[in-house]
Design a protein around this ligand. Sequence first.
Ligand SMILES: [Fe+2]
Length: 158
Amino acid sequence: MTKSPITSPLGDAEKEATGAVLQATLVDLIDLSLIAKQAHWNVVGQNFRSAHLQLDELVSAARQYTDDVAERANAIGVSPNGKAKTVVKSSGIPDYPANWQTVEATVAAIVEILGEVIKRLRERIEETDKTDLVTQDLLIEIAAELEKQHWMWQAQTA
Ligand SMILES: [Fe+2]
């Protein structure tokens, strides 16, 4: 089914632009949730337990927002696509290395990846300023939480 069975509160141009923003955010967040789990499983070294647990907080946030973003897409009449193959093709965040990683390497990688996710989110907050303020509000909420977690990861490198 390609015609939307859901009416949109937005005009066609706004719906298309906002749908693209939500789809791009969806794949970034799915990728982030998978990377954070990968890191959770593979972190080793001093303070292992703290990093291991903190990574699951990131997984939880990413998973929750993945659902919120996909369901917001539906609410504006756009079908969300969260398939693994779609994520591989369209996620824009840096890759995470395979194999075990020290706490130090893990923190550095997570700081970089979160920084990129946040940068892309902030660009989309700008874009949705003119297309849909309700979606913008959701993106702001996500950015606030991820920026808080970004701080907490950076605080470990001081
Ligand atoms: Fe676990």
